[in-house]
Design a protein around this ligand. Sequence first.
Ligand SMILES: Cc1cc2nc3c(=O)[nH]c(=O)nc-3n(C[C@H](O)[C@H](O)[C@H](O)COP(=O)(O)OP(=O)(O)OC[C@H]3O[C@@H](n4cnc5c(N)ncnc54)[C@H](O)[C@@H]3O)c2cc1C
Length: 512
Amino acid sequence: MADHRVVVIGAGMAGLVSALELARQGLDVTVIEAADAPGGKIRQIQVDGAPIDSGPTVFTMRWVFDEIFAAAGTSLEAELSITALPILARHFWSDGSTLDLFADPRRSLEAVATFAGAQEAGRFERFCAMAREVYQALEGPYIRSAAPSVMGLGGQLGARGLATLTRLGPMRSLWDSLGQHFRDPRLRQLFARYATYCGSSPWHAPATLMLIAQVELEGVWSVQGGMHELARCMARLATQRGALFHYGQHCKAILVQGGQVTGVELSSGQRLEADSVVFNGDGAALRAGLLGSTVQNAVPGKAPQRSLSALTWSVHARTTGVPLDRHNVFFQADYESEFRDIFSKGRLPLQPTVYVCAQDRGTGSVPSGAERLLCLVNAPASADQPNSRLTEEALEQCQTTSFQLLAQCGLTINPQPEQMQRTTPQDFHRLFPATGGALYGQATHGWMSAFARPGARTPIEGLYLAGGSVHPGPGVPMAALSGRLAAAALMASPALTKRYHPAATSGGTSMH
Ligand SMILES: Cc1cc2nc3c(=O)[nH]c(=O)nc-3n(C[C@H](O)[C@H](O)[C@H](O)COP(=O)(O)OP(=O)(O)OC[C@H]3O[C@@H](n4cnc5c(N)ncnc54)[C@H](O)[C@@H]3O)c2cc1C
């Protein structure tokens, strides 16, 4: 199959998985990546001489990677040092209360009982059971499925899955649904936050997104060397199987003739011929014509509502006060105002929730000096809007408010200027063109939005899509799944099945 040439545009998680899957099956794979390293949003930046993971930090759904690595003839353990975290996340509220959730469900139950009483612990247990049921109902028919439709999903859910979703009320918002589960507003807030894992507001996200809570309750892992090590590892595996990577190369056009992809053109002017192309950038870039007008119709014409952006600070500094664990969330009292500010008013939240990833903690050791932190608040994806409210003054104000919240919760971080690097929605927009800084593709708002993402196949022959803006959606494991779906769609294309499985496509028996 080495004469089937594939160009993968982008070495984000989905592009890496597509490249690995296609190279291991013998295709001639070339990856073109604008940045100088693999990973895309899985970025590592140097601050004060320390490498800081400045993109995704919460590694969940390891089964996705177990399957991908097994298909490549290896395993996560053989390639990486990976540890299950005993504490999933530590939560702080401005009223001084704190709650840890644990990998061990019994410890979580005890912690919730101490935090909010025995009756609330019972409700927590029932919520976990419901979230598990929702996840189990949707894993096969939605998450793993190539391009689920409402009708198709209805047919595949089975009686049990249908009963689960009916009980949940698919039209209900996550926030409403959580109100039926919890009496304690802090627990409702804690579990509502999972909507932000796919860049959405709990007030508009469908109740089905509670499955994200289940994903985290199933386990969170730490990769030695950081999440970026996972990206580097995938690039290494793909290279070992024959894929070629070109970093620092921007692709400016996907070339099409007679409705069929013929190659790509780089900003340097160089042209690469290809029989198939996998595009791992955001679908918004295609829609905006950034890859040429002939591929604009590869995604639906109407731009969907954008997901959240973020304002982040990568920090290398000493912390004092309350002890951090690996994943820490600091909540304000008025949670709804955060999403009203972002989605309705298009401004940075006046009362942001602050996430702090303490990258040297969680696996037993406690740093004695400066430690590596990623601090993140949600932000509007409006970096490219003419009247964007993301002014320097607003960014500074948000930084002050965020660090004040940490201090109010008992955590002091006082980085010197050289110990901190800020990344704004404007920076994310530059890194991920046509997004306005949106980090998770389209927002999952309204129950139909989950069916609005494009699948891997496009109307253009030989052009496939993979990434967080494509089904099944954002997040490292979901993007990885979309990369696998794109590779599977490509392998099942007539161009490959006709040439390599002639008997199979003519109705006879395959020789393979
Ligand atoms: C700050 C932050 C925190 C996050 N936290 C989490 C988390 O804790 N857990 C989690 O699971 N997920 C998290 N996410 C989301 C997760 O990182 C993404 O959903 C996922 O990594 C997206 O992968 P992707 O395949 O869409 O590729 P992307 O990461 O979007 O990469 C696409 C790549 O394509 C390249 N590219 C695009 N166009 C071109 C072109 N024309 N020519 C050449 N190259 C091009 C880009 O340079 C980029 O490298 C977070 C994201 C961010 C930014």
